[in-house]
Design a binder for this molecule. Structure first.
Ligand SMILES: NC(=O)C1=CN([C@@H]2O[C@H](COP(=O)(O)OP(=O)(O)OC[C@H]3O[C@@H](n4cnc5c(N)ncnc54)[C@H](O)[C@@H]3O)[C@@H](O)[C@H]2O)C=CC1
Ligand SMILES: O=C(CO)COP(=O)(O)O
Length: 300
């Protein structure tokens, strides 16, 4: 809507197909790419200074940034991924700073299914950037009449909200897949939100960021929206059904990464620990629920 925009793809055959059909049939079927979107396989065709949005899975962000470091360093960088890197415990903006020292980076996160945004449906997101001036510039450049961006300088809070809600969404899906009911899901979402806030605040986040779009907002969407891959993956786990292993499910690696960060910080994450146990296959959903329900009674 604010074009022109260049869509970069690493696979030349896929880029050619999208140029011919004006559709990304593999990732976004049924949406015609607007004329203002050009398709490139060469990063160098993007004019220096224009923001680059990095929409790759979390565990691939470092490798992608390293491969294209020379081309990326002249651009403001906006990470669109949600998660914590398994091998370092870092979030997207810390990864970009470590690969590209001196790079200006931000994170775009919040409740949004790509297919909804592509259809022009109303959506509100969080743009987090430590540099307030750059945050304001990006907020204006990326907002459209249907896509409303709120800004914050709390990158830690925005990143952790987006990362941790995926873990809780797996748990919510598992509860529903196992037939434990809407009330159980509501309990899990609420205690999950407490857990997300506990870890994020221990990592330096502001609690009000977690209460915003990037935390609470995205938790609600992902734990209730059938489009969510994390929710659907959890649902399959709970129902004992198969799930296509090629689908990106960010919460799986992030659950493990969050748990090790929580251990270091001395923070208790019972739901995240339960998700990791489920992923390991060491317990069933019913055993996990029994464990959670039999914890000592305490104040809310
Ligand atoms: N799909 C959605 O509705 C939303 C996705 N996100 C986040 O965006 C991130 C990406 O998700 P999706 O685009 O949905 O995943 P996806 O799996 O559908 O697509 C990821 C794309 O990245 C490419 N890719 C993977 N590794 C790469 C590498 N090393 N170098 C270059 N390209 C690489 C893949 O070929 C693919 O085109 C995730 O962290 C997700 O949580 C955030 C909000 C909404
Ligand atoms: O982050 C998302 C919605 O805000 C997309 O969720 P999934 O990755 O679970 O599909």
């Amino acid at each position: 809507a604010n074009g022109p925009v260049t869509l970069w793809a690493r696979d030349p055959a896929h880029a050619d197909e999208m140029r011919k059909t004006r559709e990304n049939a593999r990732r976004l079927p049924g949406i015609t790419l607007p004329d203002a979107i050009g398709i490139a396989t060469d990063f160098d065709t993007v004019s220096p200074g224009l923001p680059v949005l990095l929409a790759v899975p979390m565990q691939q962000l470092r490798g992608m940034a390293e491969t294209h470091a020379a081309a990326l360093q002249d651009h403001p960088l906006v990470a669109c991924c949600k998660g914590i890197e398994l091998k370092t415990g870092q979030g997207p903006t810390a990864i970009l700073s470590s690969v590209l020292p001196g790079a200006h980076s931000a994170i775009l996160t919040g409740p949004s299914f790509a297919a909804d945004i592509a259809r022009g449906l109303p959506t509100a997101l969080t743009l987090a950037c430590a540099d307030p001036d750059m945050g304001e510039t990006l907020q204006e450049a990326l907002s459209t009449p249907a896509l409303r961006l709120y800004r914050t300088t709390d990158t830690v809070g925005a990143e952790l909200g987006g990362a941790l809600k995926n873990v809780i969404a797996i748990a919510a899906g598992a509860v529903m897949g196992a037939g434990l009911g809407d009330s159980a899901r509501a309990a899990l979402m609420t205690r999950g939100y407490a857990e997300m806030t506990r870890l994020a605040v221990a990592m330096g986040a502001r609690p009000e960021t977690l209460a915003g779009l990037s935390g609470f907002g995205d938790l609600v969407l992902t734990c209730t929206g059938a489009q969510s891959r994390n929710y659907r993956f959890g649902h399959a786990l709970g129902a004992g059904a198969d799930f296509d292993p090629t689908i990106t499910v960010e919460g799986a690696a992030t659950a493990r990464a969050a748990l090790s960060r929580a251990h270091e910080a001395g923070v208790d994450l019972p739901i995240t620990a339960a998700v990791v146990a489920l992923l390991d296959g060491s317990v069933s959903v019913l055993q996990v629920m029994d464990r959670l329900l039999s914890r000592p009674l305490k104040e809310e």
